[in-house]
Design a protein around this ligand. Structure first.
Ligand SMILES: C[S@@+](CC[C@H](N)C(=O)[O-])C[C@H]1O[C@@H](n2cnc3c(N)ncnc32)[C@H](O)[C@@H]1O
Ligand SMILES: Nc1nc2[nH]cc(C(=O)O)c2c(=O)[nH]1
Ligand code: SF4
Ligand SMILES: [Mg+2]
Length: 234
């Protein structure tokens, strides 16, 4: 069986973003991404310069680690990256589910996988103009069509252009629950983050959404950034 490139496995911590915010979870962060977002907060799982820090693991070894971290108590495992959809997480999800674990997965929606239907939640985070990337909408819609039982849109917003883009994109997918999070411009783990700066960015977004009567939107901070800044492994 082919092995998975894993950048890190950590937890339990809380899911800091989106629909599952606050929920205890173990993270499995895949190594490798087909995008290079200018502001990516997880470049250690994207840039091949970090490749020698990634581990090649069988699904069973990943589950061993998840089980150890969770004390054998089933919880929701969050698969992120990088883009986990460039690899085959189907066997891991199947094995974990057989033990009572559930899986949520974060992806930009550039690659659809049939095993998305085995997830508890698929988080689709299409990339706004400030990222420097351009979504492939046919691929994005194939991700939606893959049949995950629960999906949400999570859009990162850095500026007015991203905001207008998010309104347009969200309007195309009215059936998907919509989460907006302000972009974090300072992602260096060595530089402390002021919680007030995070709050100011959320407030900017809250005021815009309310002023515009954009009532489908749910605005959230990155709770883990408020609590721990850009520290890794939380
Ligand atoms: C690191 S990505 C990994 C998963 C997948 N590649 C993706 O982008 O959805 C996880 C989440 O973090 C968000 N993110 C990345 N960098 C960010 C930043 N600087 N500020 C706010 N959110 C960020 C992404 O948009 C995505 O929703
Ligand atoms: N606590 C916590 N919540 C998160 N939500 C999405 C994350 C990610 O990097 O994908 C993340 C993360 O790295 N930590
Ligand atoms: S798609 Fe996700 S992991 Fe890849 S570069 Fe963009 S934010 Fe980072
Ligand atoms: Mg993150």
């Amino acid at each position: 069986m082919s092995r998975l490139r894993i950048a890190e496995i950590f937890g339990p911590t809380i899911q800091g973003e989106g629909a599952l915010i606050g929920q205890p979870t173990v993270f499995v962060r895949a190594g490798g991404c087909d995008y290079r977002c200018s502001w990516c907060d997880s470049m250690h799982a994207v840039d091949s310069a970090f490749r020698d820090t990634w581990a090649a693991m069988e699904s069973g070894e990943v589950m061993d680690r998840v089980r150890a971290l969770s004390g054998g108590r089933p919880l929701t495992v969050s698969i992120s990256g990088g883009n986990p959809a460039i690899q085959d997480f189907g066997p891991l999800i199947k094995a974990g589910r057989a033990e009572g674990y559930a899986f949520a997965l974060e992806t930009q929606g550039s690659i659809a996988r049939d095993w998305f239907e085995d997830l508890a939640m698929l988080v689709l985070s299409p990339k706004p103009p400030s990222s420097g990337e351009q979504p492939d909408w046919a691929a994005f819609e194939a991700c939606i069509a893959a049949g995950a039982p629960w999906m949400a849109l999570k859009i990162v917003i850095f500026n007015e252009t991203d905001y207008a883009w998010a309104q347009e994109v969200a309007g195309r997918y009215p059936d998907l629950p919509l989460y907006l999070q302000p972009g974090n411009p300072q992602v260096d783990p060595a530089v402390p983050v002021a919680a007030q700066d995070v709050a100011d960015r959320v407030l900017w977004l809250v005021e815009k959404v309310c002023a515009d009567g954009w009532f489908a939107a749910r605005v959230l901070p990155q709770l883990h950034v408020m609590l721990w800044g850009n520290k890794r492994g939380v």
